[in-house]
Design a binder for this molecule. Structure first.
Ligand code: HEM
Length: 368
């Protein structure tokens, strides 16, 4: 799927999210669920070729199960099991984790069967269609060793949901919380948006003309440090790394915190400081130590989608709403201590999304 089509799907979903925020009418709410639904629906659009209504129980159940799966994967006992696999039979959370994976598989199997029955290989609706069309073409040509198997399809689909939802929505939650905590930065973001693009719908090409916004989004990711240990890897051969011998088959966790919060790399490693990504002339400054998506051959394959989502959501939301602490809570008192897990997320909190004057219009285009 092309960049333009992705951008279109993100904008549509962002429109649905903003309609929900308008319904709250500035009341204090926990934004976790609407953000999660919106981001998850983008993956649905790309994978299945269609989005779901937020009230659809099949959708809400899948989102819930994916959330539970991520939560359990980050539980201390499952982490112990990942590090010492021989403990697996005693870990109850692991059993629950496997049950959830089974449930997610059976929901996806239903979706895949439906898509297979209605497949037109000339008109792929999403990733699953493209996979099935390729699988059919290879079968026809007599290819017996194809990697286009049902098993590979299922694990790729599950990986896209699991890796592509919580990461982006948690980053957005950090972003809005940080904007409410630091209103002067929020004002500066909005000033730049207003002067460069006004109230028209944002596009990814606008990033170049919005250096402060770009710096703020990078700093949200650096400060939020949402994937502190990335994911586990295993060495495929004996290797000496920085003077340490590591045996073939060793499980290795790349600790991204060590670089994202490295005092030798960042002027204010433990503060929210967008200037980390700005030069003296206020232009965006790329930093080699920005490894929020990790590095190397197993770096995050969803990086460009995630960057597009973060940019379009963040700009669209700040164009139309002011995010503040709930009545009676001072901005200073908003808590930035993360909840630890396999991802680092903000503590449960509420914010007010106050519609700005131009927020009366909705960019929502119904494609349900
Ligand atoms: C802000 C958003 C995101 C962040 C910070 C993030 C970060 C990461 C990190 C740190 C890894 C581990 C890489 C490693 O261990 O070297 C990873 C893996 C992965 N990410 Fe992302 N990610 C994000 C969004 C997404 C999205 C939107 C998708 C899918 C569309 C995605 C799909 C994946 C997949 C499939 C893997 C596993 C790759 C493998 O096993 O080789 N991610 N991500």
């Amino acid at each position: 799927m092309g960049k333009k089509a992705c951008e279109e799907k993100i904008s549509v979903e962002c429109g649905h999210l903003m309609d929900i925020l308008l319904e709250y009418n500035g009341e204090a709410v926990d934004l976790t669920e609407p953000l999660h639904y919106a981001v998850s629906n983008i993956i649905c659009s790309l994978v299945y070729g269609s989005r779901f209504k937020y009230e659809n129980p099949q959708f809400t159940n899948m989102v819930e199960k994916t959330k539970e799966r991520i939560h359990l994967a980050g539980s201390p006992s499952v982490a112990v099991c990942d590090m010492f696999p021989w403990t697996k039979h005693w870990i109850k959370d692991r059993e629950e984790l496997l049950n959830i994976i089974d449930e997610l598989k059976s929901e996806n199997l239903k979706m895949i069967h439906h898509l297979k029955e209605t497949l037109d290989p000339q008109m792929c609706r999403g990733f699953i269609d493209a996979f099935l069309a390729k699988q059919m073409a290879l079968e026809k040509s007599g290819d017996k060793d194809s990697l286009y198997t049902e098993e590979n399809l299922m694990s790729t689909v599950l990986a896209l949901f699991i890796a592509g939802t919580d990461t982006t929505s948690t980053t957005l939650r950090w972003g809005l919380l940080l904007m409410a905590k630091y209103p002067h930065i929020q004002d500066k973001v909005r000033e730049e948006i207003n002067s460069v693009i006004g109230s028209r719908q944002v596009q990814t090409e606008d990033r170049k003309s919005l250096p402060f916004v770009d710096a703020v989004i990078h700093e949200i990711q650096r400060f939020g440090n949402i994937a502190p240990m990335a994911i586990s890897h295993r060495t495929t051969q004996d290797i000496v790394f920085q003077g340490h011998f590591i045996k073939k088959g060793t499980i290795v966790w790349p600790l991204l915190t060590s670089i994202l919060k490295d005092a030798a790399e960042w002027e204010n490693p433990n503060s929210f400081y967008p200037e980390h990504f700005l030069d003296d002339n206020g232009k965006f400054r790329k930093r080699d130590a920005f490894l929020a998506f990790s590095a190397g051959r197993r770096t995050c394959p969803g990086e460009s989608l995630a960057r597009m989502e973060l940019f379009i959501f963040f700009v669209s939301l700040l164009q139309r709403f002011r995010f503040t602490a709930p009545p009676g809570v001072r901005a200073d008192d908003l808590d930035l201590t993360p909840v630890a897990g396999i991802t680092l997320s903000p503590r449960p909190h509420q914010l007010c999304a106050l519609p700005l004057s131009s927020a009366a219009f909705s960019i929502n285009q119904s494609n349900e």
